[in-house]
Design a protein around this ligand. Structure first.
Ligand code: AQP
Length: 350
């Protein structure tokens, strides 16, 4: 932690893309952790969550639709248990410090590091395939904006799924390089990746992660899916030709079953040994039905609460605006320190 790290408690920060199609992977890997972070926060801690509309502009999108999807995500987060009185919940585009810091951090970000990012490689290929080779520069710079999101708050912890490990490593490197070059100013954050559910896999291809853009419809359970649809997707999950409900380990050929065991563990709040013992000798049909029921039970309260909250966009807007005021109060002083350390703009008044 740098000398500029004047926060007394933990600061948890995470960002999430604005879409109405949040899936079980997002829910288990990220959203569930946000709520735990908020609920476990001590008085001196801050839990800060940002809906990243600026990140969403790095792929083809419709501006009017972006606003609507942002409300969808806000309502999902509130329905999952985030409470604007106990955390800072805001829209990235409302807090201009994020974009300013992105530019400034570009000075301590290596081009070669950005070029090595797995997500850049994958999304670049997707963009080239979809829109005739137009690849926006912002897709390449995406990890700098993500670093700015976190570093602007001197966050100490970043709850994310396993797929974001590389981006968090890069933001740590950016913070370290900044501190070496300009003096101790930024905090080097730690990632917080859950022990169970860090990489929920696609139900139709359990060797690939469940994903918004890269997955299959039948293999992706959405938070807002109706119960029958959820049960149907679980029933159709790809498994293996065996009968034993047990983990197979890496390369063990039981990725499908292992994924379902993890999902059931999270939905019921139990350990994998308990699941294996309960379903010993039961066959896959009964097991998949039980996972379907558990996921329905897990997600139904969120879907129902979502419907109530989403019906009042003015209230969502009010909550986001209030969150932006709190966010600016936290990151404004950090930006002032960064400007001062880098010698840009006029000197700070003392
Ligand atoms: N399959 C997953 N298992 C566990 N965690 C996951 N996350 C994503 N997929 C899984 C975590 O969800 C958080 C929010 O992600 P996001 O919606 O902001 O954006 P994303 O990473 O673009 O979502 P996807 O679904 O992963 O989109 P694609 O595949 O299109 O890029 C993050 O913390 C992420 O780790």
């Amino acid at each position: 932690m740098g000398a500029g790290a004047n926060n007394a408690g933990r600061r948890i920060f995470s960002g999430i893309q604005p879409t109405g199609r949040k899936h079980l992977g997002n829910y288990i890997g990220a959203i569930r952790q946000y709520v735990a972070g908020q609920d476990g926060a001590a008085a001196a801690d801050e839990a800060i969550f940002c809906i990243v509309d600026l990140h969403a502009t790095t792929v083809a999108y419709d501006p009017a639709d972006l606003r609507e999807r942002l409300y969808d995500t806000t309502a999902i987060l509130l329905a999952a248990g985030l409470d604007p009185d106990r955390c800072v919940l805001f829209r990235q585009g409302d807090v201009r410090e994020h974009t300013e810091l992105t530019w400034l951090l570009g000075a301590v970000t290596a081009w070669g590091d950005l070029n090595r990012m797995h997500q850049w490689k994958a999304k670049r290929e997707l963009a080239e395939g979809k829109s005739g080779a137009f690849v926006p520069a912002s897709l390449f710079n995406y990890p700098i904006l993500m670093a700015a999101d976190v570093l602007a708050y001197r966050a100490t912890e970043v709850p994310v799924g396993d797929d974001q490990r590389q981006h968090v490593e890069l933001m740590r490197e950016i913070a370290r390089r900044f501190n070496e070059r300009f003096g101790e100013t930024l905090v080097v954050p730690e990632h917080r990746i859950p022990a169970v559910g860090a990489r929920v896999m696609d139900l139709q291809d359990p060797t690939s992660k469940m994903s918004t853009t890269g997955g299959s419809e039948a293999g992706t359970v959405y938070v807002l899916d109706e119960p029958d649809r959820i049960r149907g997707k679980l029933k159709g999950a790809v498994t293996d030709s065996g009968r034993e409900v047990r983990r197979g380990g890496p390369g063990g050929g039981k990725e499908g079953i292992e994924n379902l065991i993890e999902i059931l563990c999270v939905a019921r709040g139990v350990g994998p040994e308990q699941v294996e013992a309960e379903f010993e000798g039961s066959g896959y049909g009964d097991f998949k039905a039980a996972v379907g029921d558990a996921v329905v039970e897990f997600l139904t309260p969120v879907r129902e609460r979502y419907a109530e909250l989403r019906a009042d966009p003015a209230e969502l807007e009010r909550a986001l605006a209030a969150g932006a005021v709190k966010a600016r109060a936290l990151c404004g002083p950090v930006l002032a320190d960064v400007r001062e350390a880098m010698g840009v703009a006029g000197p700070r008044e003392r």
